[in-house]
Design a binder for this molecule. Structure first.
Ligand SMILES: [Zn+2]
Length: 638
């Protein structure tokens, strides 16, 4: 049995024609050899083109005799040092006409990690105070106009609520062809993260470092601005700690951090992996563990990964897995768990236990002494959120991370699980003053937690991650399965999902089946919609499994190297209730059509793949039918 794996991929240094590259099989970061400046970011199995249309700089604006003058650090450096996986530069701030901002220096350290991340640490020092400063922009860079989606996670202060996950909000970009592209983003708070996505192909992500407070020198005067530049045919992205001041003084020292990440886009399409929660809640407590017949049915549906998800008191008998409490169940249930693990392994199915990265249950003996100390507070005067079943929400920038790690290690060392399922796998903003700066978030700590997991449990490498509405490229690079959606859905149809469902060819993806009381037609429509986005449904419902068992070609998709989902502009249908997706490689395309109507549909299908002949097909589909058409791309139809 071949399981999907996600392995760390450190970047190695290569020097080539005046450029220093830090690259692995998936990505390449490019620095200028003389200045050390970051000038390129390439996703090898994406377009292979440079995603940075303008190199990375740090600028300080000053008013001199009533006139504005900009000083930039980046294009030249006094000291440049290239390590095996890091770059250190020391630069002055220089204006266009060569004037130097006296006494002000920038030391930039860029560290390339194993999961596609580049951590930038900026240390600014001003030997003597510099006055009349009007703006400070620590990160300015250009992103290619080929990106067609912008995903922004805003700060809590922008109004998403103290307990919110600050969900990623997506907007379309049009390559500079529409008015909405002139300034697609301009706000007076720097977002937690921005994902610049060319759907299905490649992406670049910017995320603030955990110490958000360091960026808040003048609350209310930050600015994020994204502006289309017709000269570079890209978007200029300017992250300002402050703008629009008249007489600020820069003095002493200051440290800021941010992270840029690139995705590990695979060469071949990742499997449409099927996975599920494993307990049968609807069969009653005594029959909740799957037996041989159940495992046979799972196997037939192609399921190769199950999660022991038992975090709530579903049977009202108090027997459920309280976060961080061990053992989770009474002796009799522990025996059933052990027997089940043996059985699942005989069927070649991996099993992982549910861990909440953030939740701490009040029944844990050390809870009373620590939950206030380790807890996440949305605002400085808000309480720690507590749920009777799930526990209280903690922050990874506290000693909670050590408690969580010890409790995970205990389970994995005592039982033959195959890895982990991580719920609440999201960096969250926190204002608990006992942690790092206030406010902060625990996004870097979350990646550290994933690294800890990968480093310590190499022989059990499943990392099944719940990343609902919070894309994070480095974290997703470390996943063997990603869940992206769990709430209610709008009308069931081919384009019902956010771009985070299909997203990128990094790791297998799925969505939760959260439709309550759905009939057979709705279930099939949901399964079809997910299928068109190359995602499976996380479910223990036999009707979904029958759907997968009926699609014999599912295991064939890995021989293709590209894929497009509905709404991405490459494939369309004359009937809006007929969805179209396409898998292809150099020789062949496989068109998948799904009829969401409960009646026959005859639709004209048009497929325009990059650098391939246009394909046109007329298809007649039975009610709710999924049909596959294979076409040779070089010569004639097969
Ligand atoms: Zn915190």
């Amino acid at each position: 049995m071949k399981y999907f794996t996600a392995d760390p991929a450190p970047c190695r240094k290569n020097i080539f024609q005046g450029k220093v590259l830090f690259e692995n099989e998936y990505i390449s970061w490019i620095h200028d050899e003389l200045s050390g400046q970051l000038i390129g970011a390439v996703v090898k199995n994406g377009s292979g083109e440079n995603l940075l249309t303008e190199p990375l700089t740090f600028s300080i604006d000053r008013s001199e005799n009533g006139k504005g003058k900009s000083f930039t650090a980046g294009a030249s450096a006094e000291k440049v040092q290239f390590g095996e996986n890091c770059v250190i530069t020391e630069s002055a701030f220089v204006s266009k006409d060569g004037e130097i901002l006296p006494g002000v220096r920038l030391r930039r350290t860029v560290e390339y990690g194993e999961w596609g991340e580049a951590v930038h640490t900026l240390e600014l020092t001003a030997e003597d105070p510099v006055d009349n400063v009007t703006a400070m922009r620590p990160a300015v860079f250009g992103v290619a106009g080929t990106i067609d989606r912008l995903g922004v996670r805003r700060r809590l202060i922008c109004g998403t609520g103290a307990w919110s996950l600050n969900p990623c909000v997506w907007q379309r970009l049009e390559g500079g062809t529409k008015h909405s592209d002139v300034i697609p983003l301009q706000e007076n708070h720097l977002p937690l993260s921005m994902t610049f996505l060319d759907a299905g192909t490649e992406a670049l992500q910017f995320e603030l470092g955990d110490d958000i407070a360091a960026w808040e020198m003048l609350p209310g005067f930050q600015e994020i601005a994204m502006i289309y530049n017709s000269t570079t045919q890209g978007y200029l992205v300017r992250c300002a700690a402050f703008i629009d001041r008249t007489d600020e003084t820069v003095e002493g020292s200051l440290t800021l951090k941010f992270r840029l990440s690139l995705p590990f886009v695979r060469k071949n399409i990742v499997p449409l992996r099927r996975a599920s929660s494993l307990l049968y809640f609807q069969r009653g407590f005594e029959n909740r563990w799957p037996g041989d017949e159940d495992l046979k049915a799972m196997k037939k549906a192609g399921i190769d990964l199950l999660r022991l998800h038992c975090d709530g008191d579903s049977f009202k008998n108090g027997i459920f897995w309280r976060a961080t409490v061990y053992p989770p169940f009474p002796a009799e249930e522990m025996k059933k768990m052990a027997e089940f693990l043996d059985k699942a392994h005989k069927y070649g199915i991996h099993v992982v236990p549910y861990f909440s990265v953030k939740e701490f249950h009040p029944d844990s003996p050390d809870y009373p002494a620590n939950f206030e100390k380790w807890g996440r507070r949305g605002f400085s005067n808000s309480r720690v959120r507590t749920n009777e079943s799930f526990g209280s929400v903690m922050c990874l920038t506290s000693d909670w991370k050590n408690k969580r790690r010890a409790s995970i290690a205990e389970v994995l060392e005592k039982h033959p699980f195959d890895g982990v399922y991580y719920d609440w796998c999201a960096g969250l903003e926190c204002a608990n003053p006992g942690h790092c700066g206030t406010p902060h978030w625990d996004n870097d700590e979350l990646l550290e937690h994933l690294k800890w997991t990968a480093d310590n449990f190499k022989s059990t490498p499943e990392r099944y991650l719940h990343l609902t509405y919070v894309s994070s490229l480095a974290v997703e690079n470390a996943a063997t399965m990603v869940i992206t959606e769990e709430h209610g859905f709008p009308a069931l149809g081919p384009e019902m999902f956010t771009p985070h469902v299909h997203f990128l060819n990094i790791a297998p993806r799925q969505i939760c089946n959260m439709m309550r009381g759905a009939d057979a037609v709705q279930k099939r429509q949901l399964a079809m919609a997910a299928l068109l986005h190359h995602a499976s449904i996380s479910t223990i419902d036999q009707e979904f499994w029958d759907f997968y068992a009926s699609l014999e070609w599912l295991d064939d998709v890995e021989r293709y190297t590209a894929y497009t989902a509905p709404g991405e502009g490459l494939a369309s249908s004359s009937d809006s209730r007929v969805g179209v997706s396409v898998y292809w490689n150099d020789e062949e395309a496989m068109i998948v059509c799904a009829n969401f109507r409960e009646e026959v549909s005859k639709a004209e299908i048009t497929v325009s793949l990059p650098e391939k002949p246009e394909l046109e097909e007329t298809v007649e589909l039975a009610p709710l039918e999924v049909k596959v058409i294979k076409c040779k791309l070089l010569v004639d139809r097969i």
